[in-house]
Design a protein. Structure first.
Length: 137
DNA sequence: GCCAACGTTGGC
DNA sequence: GCCAACGTTGGC
């Protein structure tokens, strides 16, 4: 199975990249949207995901690895919702802002733009590579 | 099963 | 603080 790429949003005043780094490993739970849930359930161990700061910052700040896929959301008593565990892998050399993503034609089809309210979105390999390349400059 | 009203998310 | 996009709820 090949690796898949994702983008996960969090409001940094609630849970930020630095919080995840401080914890070492975090559980991505509290998602209450069916499309996002399907994405969480599609994640595999070793998949990589961008950590995006919504609301404050509006930028991709780091890369995480899915350390434990296929969990049920511990914050949900009914057991209907999904969760995964993630580990911080690398902070981007420089954050890539939403503004910059929008200004880049090669990234115009990104799911995060198409479905802006989705908190967990897939990222295509070419989009992943492009963002990584941009963060190095 | 349709659709209007309402709530939430997230960018501006 | 406003608004657009969507999801959910509830009346019919």
């Amino acid at each position: 199975m090949t690796k898949s790429y994702w983008l996960m949003k969090s409001e940094p005043d609630v849970y930020s990249w630095d919080d995840l780094v401080a914890e070492g490993e975090g559980t991505w739970d509290g998602v209450r949207n069916h499309a996002a849930k399907l994405h969480l359930q599609a994640m595999k161990k070793g998949d990589e995901a961008f950590f995006y700061h919504s609301n404050i910052g509006l930028e991709i700040v780091g890369i995480m690895k899915i350390s434990q896929p296929g969990l049920t959301d511990p914050s949900d008593p009914s057991g209907k919702w999904a969760a995964v565990k993630v580990k911080p892998q690398k902070k981007l050399k420089r954050p890539i802002s939403l503004k910059e993503i929008k200004a880049t034609p090669a990234l115009a089809a990104m799911e995060m733009l198409r479905q802006s309210r989705l908190s967990v979105a897939p990222v295509r390999p070419d989009e992943w590579d492009r963002i990584i390349a941009m963060s190095r400059t």
